[in-house]
Design a protein around this ligand. Structure first.
Ligand code: BGC
Length: 563
């Protein structure tokens, strides 16, 4: 079910990519058909990102109020209307208006679709599922390149084809329900439970559902939750999320991706591809690498974590942009090859990392009560910097040359490394609610998932130790829990589950070493240190869930870590 949800919401990404990409191949046909002034051409091209700015702004408050699903339905209708109007346009102003309408839809969907997926996804594969959205964008771009190539002169049909995925989005969203988190936020707890059970593929009475719903409810109805205002985004506890979200989009866009996506045929022309067909074919090649490497990123994102993947991406893009800059600046024939390789490596590094990560992280870092508004502003940054790059590219090339421009983009990627190391938290394997608790605790955001913390089971040492001592330690821990009277009868089961779960076992191991538990046999709250939250949250979950379910959990999502 969750894959169906991600696939339907992902159609919005296809539309995003398609509407971005299709104008590139249609532009020369439009010039021939209409008498277009350069200003008209600029307005028509820019209408999509311009409309998207408004779409992104409107999507925040309206997705809070009317729900994620309602906004995706509305966007789907706009996609269909916009595509049909573009295809039927008899004047440039009509085409510009139609593209403005598409832009509003793109801006809304680009914010709400990742949100919709993120709020429906289980923690362990959330990153991969939200990346489906980025995969869809790249498929949309590739689709547009292929349609450009295949349809020849038929620009009206090119535009109208966009109505097909629009219709698919509409039908898909009609079948689906809103997210459990939004339903809980609106006090519709029963519906939230039904939807959650469907998403997880278990019965409504399943204890796992009760536990997850409890965590969602807690976040939705915490003291901090009230009707959100824009100014809430500047509150000291939320600001770190805003900085990370907007910063990642700034870096993504200023790394120059859309200069390449929009101007690829021109760049290939410069590189000596003579015919229009070979230029478009090479461009399609770029589109294919973009799609393929996004798949690689999806396989890695929950495994190696967000930060490592960002480092890889920024190193890869900085080096490859440097190669392009060198090739372009010297203008020598042999360096053309270097620039060509640079271009492919650049797209590959971008697609596996800097492409999906801002979308994924934007949907997970904001506390629930300001999530919609936070994502609005964050995706607004995406459109604003997208706009800036696409418009400044031709001007910059004519003033400082291609080599100069790509040097700037390379430097931005170097700055991306610093930004990642100083500010970006590790969110993989951490539930949305735990991310929120960390932010609200006022601790530095960057410390979430800090290095050295036992995170995924694979990173945790086995910590073999005495079973009896382990059981005694668990007994002592239970005594510190507010639910001790309910938990004590289950102590033996809890000890077994804690032992089978490598992360909890590792946390207990750390605690027992810290307070030399073997010696004293007594445990104080203070001995739990940074492990306290994880251990108590483990006990809380046991209290709400059945031991059978917990025994089947392979990886315990530790939110609060050492260090
Ligand atoms: C960016 C787009 C870009 C696309 C390329 C997305 O993540 O936001 O601006 O065109 O990646 O694949």
């Amino acid at each position: 079910m969750i894959y169906f949800v991600a696939a339907v919401a992902g159609i919005a990404g296809i539309l995003f990519g398609f509407d971005e990409g299709v104008i590139a191949g249609a532009l020369h046909l439009l010039r021939a058909h209409f008498d277009i002034s350069p200003l008209d051409e600029g307005l028509m091209t820019a209408a999509v990102p311009f409309g998207a700015l408004f779409g992104a702004l409107a999507a925040g408050p309206s997705s809070e109020r009317y729900g994620r699903r309602a906004i995706l339905l509305f966007a789907a209708v706009l996609f269909i209307v916009g595509a049909m109007l573009s295809g039927l346009a008899t004047a440039v102003w009509m085409l510009s208006l139609a593209r403005l309408c598409l832009g509003v839809a793109v801006g809304m969907a680009a914010m709400v679709a990742p949100l919709y997926i993120s709020e429906s996804a289980p923690t362990a594969i959330r990153g991969m599922l939200v990346s489906i959205y980025q995969l869809a964008i790249t498929l949309g771009i590739l689709g547009a390149y292929v349609v450009n190539f295949a349809m020849g002169e038929a620009w009206r049909s090119m535009f109208m084809l966009g109505a097909v995925p629009g219709l698919a989005l509409l039908l898909g969203m009609l079948v689906l329900r809103d997210t459990p988190r939004w339903l809980s936020l609106k006090g519709r707890r029963d519906e939230a439970r039904t939807v959650l059970a469907k998403l997880r593929g278990v019965a409504q009475g399943d204890p796992a559902i009760a536990a997850e719903l409890q965590a969602i409810d807690q976040a939705a109805h915490s003291e901090a939750s009230h009707t959100a205002k824009w100014s809430d985004l500047l509150a000291p506890r939320v600001r770190p999320a805003l900085i990370v979200g907007m910063g990642l989009f700034l870096l993504q866009q200023l790394s120059g991706i859309n200069a390449v996506i929009y101007y690829a045929p021109t760049i290939f022309k410069e590189a000596g591809f003579d015919s229009h067909a070979t230029q478009i074919l090479a461009t399609i090649g770029i589109g294919v690498v973009n799609v393929g490497m996004t798949l690689v990123g999806m396989a890695l994102i929950d495994r190696i974590g967000r930060r490592k993947l960002l480092y890889i991406g920024f190193v890869g893009t900085a080096l490859s942009l440097g190669m392009i800059a060198l090739g372009a600046a010297t203008g020598s024939q042999s360096l053309d090859v270097l620039a060509g390789i640079g271009l492919v490596v650049y797209i590959a590094a971008f697609a596996a990392s800097i492409g999906p990560l801002p979308w994924v992280m934007m949907a997970e870092i904001f506390p629930l009560h300001v999530r919609g508004l936070g994502m609005s502003i964050t995706s607004l940054a995406n459109w604003a910097f997208n706009f800036l790059v696409v418009f400044s590219f031709p001007v910059l090339v004519s003033s400082i040359g291609l080599g100069g421009v790509f040097t700037i983009y390379a430097l931005v990627c170097v700055a991306g490394l610093l930004f990642t190391s100083r500010l970006v938290p590790e969110t993989s394997g951490v539930s949305l609610e735990e991310i929120e608790r960390h932010l609200m605790s006022g601790r530095p955001f960057r410390q979430l998932g800090a290095a050295g913390a036992p995170r995924l089971a694979a990173d945790v040492p086995d910590g073999p130790y005495d079973t009896e001592q382990h059981a005694a330690l668990v007994d002592a821990l239970i005594l510190l829990s507010p639910y001790r009277s309910s938990l004590q009868p289950m102590a033996a089961d809890i000890a077994r589950i804690a032992h089978d779960n490598r992360q909890i076992r590792a946390a207990l191991h750390v605690v027992s070493e810290r307070c030399d538990f073997g010696g004293s046999g007594r445990l104080r709250r203070a001995d739990l240190g940074a492990e306290a939250d994880a251990l108590f949250s483990f006990l809380d979950h046991i209290y709400y869930a059945s031991p059978k379910f917990l025994g089947s959990v392979k990886e315990w999502p530790l939110g609060e870590k050492r260090g």
